[in-house]
Design a protein around this ligand. Structure first.
Ligand SMILES: Nc1ncnc2c1ncn2[C@@H]1O[C@H](COP(=O)(O)OP(=O)(O)OP(=O)(O)O)[C@@H](O)[C@H]1O
Length: 602
């Protein structure tokens, strides 16, 4: 039986965990992040260089970090800011930060989960199937891809964590994105759902922070000065990125903190006071923290936007602009900016280019995300028949043994009320279900998600709050009970299955109320080598005949996105390759994004 990426890891390669955190450095010595958890040599502490002095303390960053690899406007050794104290991070000194606190082993839960669920099922195509994937890069002097993690100097501690995660080799997006980021380049990356984008932006950030040995941060009581900021659109996704980043940074000395709305702020404030290198946040809660002056962005060297197109769509763009452009964050060129998503409409690319300098555009894979891994079905179902049709599907699934912990089903609906009603209907008909949407308290949302992940309620009814980014193993089936209005939302929704090399099934219920989606859906399925029903082709033809379909695929026919700079009409008179400040066109975007979107962004 063939194995998936994660399953084929060589456990024996794991280290024996001999680098457990020491009791911490002596008080007076500054210890760089990458050394903070190592045993201290008995003869001398890993202190600042001999010439450590006020002058040395003025240095803003070390040499040899990613910013020094390429030319172009990165942090300067002396930018005139003075009098900073030591930074945060695990066991770092200064501002009462985490001295003597033991780092929890983030891999413990994984082992417990694996034991409770038994062996991973080895369905799906193997890792090598990704070797033929189409990749497009554009921009100047694009650094070449790598084939193995060993080819990249990520640092020993991070490499050990990669082994602990059982990542044997980089996924296609990681092969390209990691060297580009390590070279200090800004990046706009578009790659299939479930293809490992989280690690693609986390690894270079963690490795970069590990390298920057002598970063000094301002000493301002109760204000945290993170070096990296990762923004994501939902609370659940922020939590997930935080969990992943904690695994990747285990015993590296790099401290990751998460801040999101709906959870008590005091606890998050306490965490921030203990020191933070990487802050993962939802925009609303971050704005709150910035306004309370509990976080300053002036030391940010790395900015990553996950689900970047969603972050910049009409509903949410102002908040992001406030954070990135109107607070104290260094401008493009003085920080490194990494934008990732599975979809990247050209209009959004244009907006995003304001945040970037001299960037590389990367597109990995065909339109429709994990295409070959997800079998897509569309069925014509009248509104009034949807519930009974869903229950028929669930019955059939149960009879085929695809249920319980091993076969989770995620059902997307359009409205919060619809989610509640469907959850109730399923439960009374003998299908244990939970639901998640924006009207639920954060505690209820987290409970529902946990109950789904553990298989206690193997059906989750969800609004779009669960459409993006969530990586839930064993989602065997995604049902679009109500189709979304936008084809990119469809791509993200079905991407909750067929992840990391595993196979998945996506079923959509289509009827007359989804006419605007007929053409893009038919096109998408065709490009993904899926069987398109004749009736859908007819609807699609009718839609294109009547014209004016605003719901076009984002950015071209072949890739999940194409660099908008290559589109000559988008490029008139503006040197997008030359850096930020494209400026043109923002505010003018009037596509299908954002309208009526309810925000869970606090
Ligand atoms: N190199 C690798 N080897 C094996 N598994 C990997 C590798 N990189 C990532 N994974 C696993 O693949 C899964 C999907 O990764 P991730 O959630 O980062 O996908 P994504 O591209 O961000 O998806 P989405 O577009 O839905 O947000 C995760 O379970 C992750 O642990």
């Amino acid at each position: 039986m063939r194995t998936s990426w994660a399953d084929s890891a060589d456990n024996s390669a794991l280290g024996s965990g001999n680098s457990i955190a020491s009791s911490g450095p002596p008080r007076a010595a500054y210890v760089p992040p990458h050394l903070r958890n190592r045993s201290m040599p008995s003869e001398a502490p890993a202190a600042a260089p001999p010439s450590h002095s006020a002058a040395a303390n003025d240095r803003m960053m070390s040499h040899g970090g990613p910013f020094t690899h390429q030319g172009g406007g990165y942090f300067k050794a002396d930018n005139g800011r003075q009098g900073y104290g030591s930074g945060g991070g695990w066991n770092g000194r200064g501002a009462g930060r985490d001295r003597g606190r033991r780092e929890v082993n983030p891999f413990e839960n994984d082992e417990a989960d694996e034991q409770s669920l038994g062996e991973h099922e080895n369905t799906g195509i193997n890792f090598e199937a990704y070797d033929d994937i189409p990749v497009e890069t554009s921009g100047e002097n694009v650094p070449p891809p790598v084939n193995t993690f060993a080819e990249i100097d990520l640092g020993e501690a991070l490499n050990q964590n990669i082994q602990r995660c059982k990542y044997v080799k980089p996924t296609p997006v990681q092969r390209y994105a990691i060297p580009i980021s390590l070279a200090g380049r800004d990046l706009m990356a578009c790659a299939q759902t479930g293809s490992g984008k989280t690690a693609a932006f986390c690894f270079p950030i963690i490795s970069g922070i590990m390298r920057e040995q002598y970063v000094q941060r301002p000493r301002v009581a109760r204000t945290a000065f993170p070096l990296a900021l990762i923004l994501s659109p939902t609370r659940e996704l922020s939590c997930q990125i935080h969990d992943e980043a904690k695994k990747f940074s285990y015993q590296t000395g790099v401290k990751v903190v998460v801040a999101y709305g709906g959870a008590p702020i005091n606890q998050q404030l306490r965490e921030l006071e203990r020191g933070v290198d990487i802050l993962v946040a939802t925009p609303g809660r971050l704005v709150d923290l910035l306004e309370r002056a509990r976080v300053s962005l002036q030391m940010i060297r790395y900015l990553a936007l996950d689900e970047a197109d969603r972050m910049l769509d009409m509903g949410f763009e102002p908040q992001i602009r406030k954070i990135v452009e109107q607070m104290d964050m260094p401008p493009p060129g003085m920080r490194q900016t990494l934008l990732f998503s599975a979809t990247f409409p050209k209009e959004i690319q244009r907006l995003a280019s304001d945040f970037l300098a001299h960037y590389v555009f990367l597109a990995v894979g065909r339109v429709g995300s994990s295409t070959d891994l997800i079998a897509q079905r569309v069925e014509y179902v009248l509104e009034s028949d949807k519930r009974s049709h869903l229950m028929d599907l669930l019955h059939a699934q149960r009879e085929n043994g695809i249920s319980g912990k091993q076969g989770l089903t995620l059902v997307f609906v359009e409205t919060k009320k619809g989610a509640d009603a469907l959850e109730h209907c399923l439960c009374v008909n003998g299908f244990p279900a939970a639901s998640i949407h924006g009207d639920r308290t954060q505690q209820e949302r987290e409970l529902a998600l946990r109950s789904f992940k553990t298989g206690n309620t193997p059906i989750l009814v969800a609004t779009d709050v669960a459409a993006r980014g969530l990586d839930i193993p064993r989602v065997a089936h995604v049902v679009n009970f109500d189709l979304p209005n936008d084809i990119d939302d469809y791509v993200h929704r079905i991407g909750r299955t067929g992840r990391a090399g595993k196979m998945g099934l996506a079923t959509a219920f289509f009827n007359e109320s989804n006419l605007s989606l007929a053409k893009p859906l038919a096109d998408l399925m065709q490009e993904a080598n899926q069987e398109v029903p004749a009736w859908l082709t007819r609807y699609a033809a009718r839609a294109s005949y009547s014209g004016g379909n605003r719901n076009r695929r984002s950015g071209g026919s072949r890739f999940g996105g194409r660099d908008f700079r290559r589109d000559s009409s988008a490029n008139k008179g503006i040197d997008y390759y030359g850096g930020s400040g494209g400026g043109g066109g923002y505010g003018s975007y009037g596509g299908a994004y954002g309208q009526g979107v309810t925000s869970a962004w606090d």
